[in-house]
Ligand binder design. Sequence first.
Ligand code: NAD
Length: 499
Amino acid sequence: MTTSHLTHWIAGRPWTGTAERHGDVYDPATGRVTAQVDFAGPEVVDEAVAAALDAFREWRHTSVAKRTGVLFAFRELLHAGRDELAALIVSEHGKVHSDALGEVARGLEVVEYACGIPQLAKGSYTEQASTGVDVYSLRQPLGPVAVISPFNFPAMVPMWFFPLAIATGNTVVVKPSEKDPSAANHLAGLWREAGLPDGVFNVVHGDKAAVDRLLEHPDIKAVSFVGSTPVARYVYEHGTRHGKRVQALGGAKNHMLVLPDADLDLAADAAVNAGYGAAGERCMAVSVLVAVDPVGDDLVERIKQRIATLTVGPGSAPGSAMGPLVTGPHRDKVTSYLDSGTADGAVLAADGRKHAVDGDPGGFWLGPTLFDHVRPGMSVYDDEIFGPVLSVVRVPSYDAGLALINANPYGNGTALFTNDGGAARRFQHEVEVGMVGINVPIPVPVAYYSFGGWKSSLFGDAHAYGEDGVRFFTRGKAITQRWPDPSHGGLNLGFPTNS
Ligand code: NAD
């Protein structure tokens, strides 16, 4: 089988140099290498940033009307070609096609939100703030900004950021995950077709070396990062040390609390959908189900019944409910938790190694796995596994469940299942998590609310997209103006006061 060659996208075209380092890209459903991707060293990153800086000089002066026109054209192309992009995601990530289409749709939502930039980035104006003096504010772009994204949403996560960055007049260098790099290049092609000037959107591929150069480069003004918590913390600390504005979204351990009055079929469906969708490789996946006594046995039974019906197979096959994991080493790491969880005393209620797979034996498979009687202190509870492993923790009361969630170091998403409105109101008020679902298992906010977790799930103070996104990619300027009347002259060294 032939492998293709993927390279950086700089100043509106593929890079033509020769890379010193490469990475292998796999089809997770077969385990075969399908492409080699160039890795950028500091010089290539410098080239991309120089292109972005060059483009910024024009783009920041381009009218809001023209910028919006390009965004609308990009939206149309993305929408018309969503199937093609989804297929590309499936071929490198492994998720099933319908799920990849969902990913594209949620990214498209942010593009549509950014099409409203004339309204979103409006300033304010106060006439006659002082006698004969008007005060008004503007929001202006920052310059070249970097977007560094994880493997699990190769199209959607970059689209959480770059539509608003570009709409507000910045230029962008994206550093996608080296595991599934093609989606970013595909998006670059769409931007060119949409009429975006060369250099406004650039892509560099690679690993830590490319990230470090972006974090240190004096012309990069802001960094939006999404990935695991240790790297998010590092990116935040290293980037801010170099004077940049940074938002760094990290890992997660999302708990779903089920109260005894909940509809248990609805809760079991939600736990399976949110636990095993995308093989658990979602930052908003439910990985811990907290069952308030006495519903634990009943819930575990209902979940086991549903797991047995799931078809595991290639993401491209219409019958597959769940695809493979992204790489062989990741699959092996996730599988190792089946041993450590058992050794720690958790009960393996469904063993994903025994689940039938309808696919190539070389694929990176692991079926849906369920652990019961999990407790904090066990590695399956403490670690973010990022695979199809759902843990059930039993608690005696709502208060014990809430305390468990609030004690967890992560705070990305959580969900409560109940029919009690009072309990739901209490939960939304008391829980220390950034995104909360009430009878909704994966509460990813719509584009006009911002996305972000608390605690170790986000470093920085700006969430992604929504109003936070507009603010993150712009800086405010306040202007105080007077058109002098000759009679108002004269010396006065006192601090200006209003009258
Ligand atoms: P990762 O942290 O390994 O990689 C993320 C990005 O950082 C990639 O572009 C990678 O090349 C780069 N990188 C990796 N190691 C680095 C290092 N040492 N120094 C500098 N850069 C480095 O994450 P991943 O495995 O690609 O993605 C999965 C993780 O992302 C999970 O922890 C998941 O929870 C998290 N995630 C979080 C959110 C969120 O919104 N909070 C969304 C999606 C994914």
